[in-house]
Design a protein around this ligand. Structure first.
Ligand code: MG
Length: 385
């Protein structure tokens, strides 16, 4: 093996996974994809394998295995299937960095295995920290593993904190685009359709995170992600709506100074930064921000009544323990049901709140407690659909 950094991309067929492969192709002397995995998109996984020649290609959904095996027979790529195979492969000694770009709770188990194996993590799966932030933080303290955020807001905060002392930080300011309903009236939110919710104004993303952005659950999750990544109390993390998505987030310091990171709304930017760490920035001839094109940057407070999921997220943080895990599970069930036209948009917070109120509270959950909470919350949320 040469001295390229070997990358495992968990979720290579999703939006972040595809863009990570773009970045790897941009720097063929620096990076190579060692493992790629998909949940169900086996055709794209085959195409990617034939193009990038990873050592392993793994599909989580076992029904896709035969197709994958036949298509890659005779190539250098080894194939496997199932969530366990994905969790096992991240410990391979050749791997330097694991990009966690899968959707939802499924990111937890392989991220834990990667931390145990001392791998660097480029974290795109924020649900890992939402569900089990305390456990992950504890594990990181005892491991050589480092987490580098891929989320654009957290990449921005990370950059603002370079060279700063933790005790000098007074506030993190997370920017939110406000999603497609920013300008809607509260009373019109009851008639939101799936097409409305899937129409994000600035960012092109997968369906699940696009709905989470429309409800602002995504921003609530990002508050939790920031709390664990940067060790900052949620009371010192503020959300500000910034419809142009040019300021990716800000940090306020004790002397009143504020630092912001700016850039075009393009996920290649935070992925490139995360993959460049810890060595440094990767030179690119990508499209650059021209500030004179954006002479009207605006900021406003989020409307917590119109976006109850944001208020519910702060409530979950306050209760702590296994409650954010229950909220994540209920949200995954509710969003999937909304995408399948089984419930309305306003039912998503209803299901989240009722599930959070029902689940048995555990103050300091173990890994098994998180697994049990996730299952119980999914079951309960499904019964109240
Ligand atoms: Mg984000």
């Amino acid at each position: 093996m040469d001295n390229k950094r070997q990358i495992a991309i968990l979720g290579s067929t999703g939006s972040i996974g595809r863009q990570t492969l773009d970045i790897i192709s941009e720097y063929p002397d620096r990076f190579a994809p060692f493992v790629i995995t998909a949940n169900t998109s086996v055709d794209l996984l085959i195409q990617q394998s034939l193009k990038y020649h990873p050592r392993y290609a793994i599909v989580a959904d076992e029904s896709g295995y035969e197709k994958l095996r036949c298509a890659l027979a005779g190539t250098d790529t080894q194939v496997a299937c199932g969530p366990q195979a994905i969790a096992d492969v991240v410990t391979a000694p050749e791997i330097d960095t694991v990009v966690t770009a899968m959707v939802g709770y499924s990111g937890l188990a392989p991220t834990i295995r990667a931390i145990e194996a001392g791998k660097d993590i480029a974290l795109a799966n924020k649900e890992t920290l939402v569900v089990a932030g305390a456990l992950i933080t504890e594990m990181l303290a005892a491991s050589a593993s480092k987490i580098y955020p891929v989320d654009s807001e957290h990449g921005a905060i990370y950059q603002c904190l370079v060279g700063e002392r933790h005790k000098d930080v007074s506030k993190l300011i997370l920017t939110a685009s406000g999603g497609p309903f920013r300008t809607w009236r509260r009373e019109d939110m009851a008639r939101v359709t799936k097409a409305d919710a899937l129409r994000h104004p600035n960012w092109s993303m997968g369906a699940k995170i696009t709905i989470d952005s429309a409800t602002m659950m995504n921003k609530g999750f990002e508050v939790m992600e920031a709390k664990w990544l940067f060790g900052i109390d949620a009371g010192q993390i503020e959300v500000v709506v910034h419809p142009q998505s040019i300021v990716h987030s800000m940090v306020e310091f004790v002397d009143g100074s504020v630092k912001a990171q700016l850039g075009l709304p393009d996920m290649h930017l935070p992925i490139r930064y995360a993959l460049g760490l810890p060595a440094g920035r990767l030179k690119s001839d990508c499209a650059k921000l021209r500030v004179e094109d954006y002479c009207n940057l605006t900021f406003e407070h989020p409307d917590m009544e119109k976006f109850p999921m944001l208020a519910i997220a702060y409530e979950a943080i306050k209760r702590g323990g296994n409650i954010p895990c229950a909220l994540n599970a209920a949200n995954e069930i509710a969003v999937a049901a909304f995408l399948h036209d089984k419930i309305g948009f306003a039912d998503i917070p209803r299901i989240a709140e009722r599930t959070m109120a029902t689940i048995d509270y555990i103050a300091s959950p173990t890994y098994d407690d998180y697994v049990a909470t996730n299952r119980a919350a999914r079951d309960y949320a499904t019964t109240i659909l």
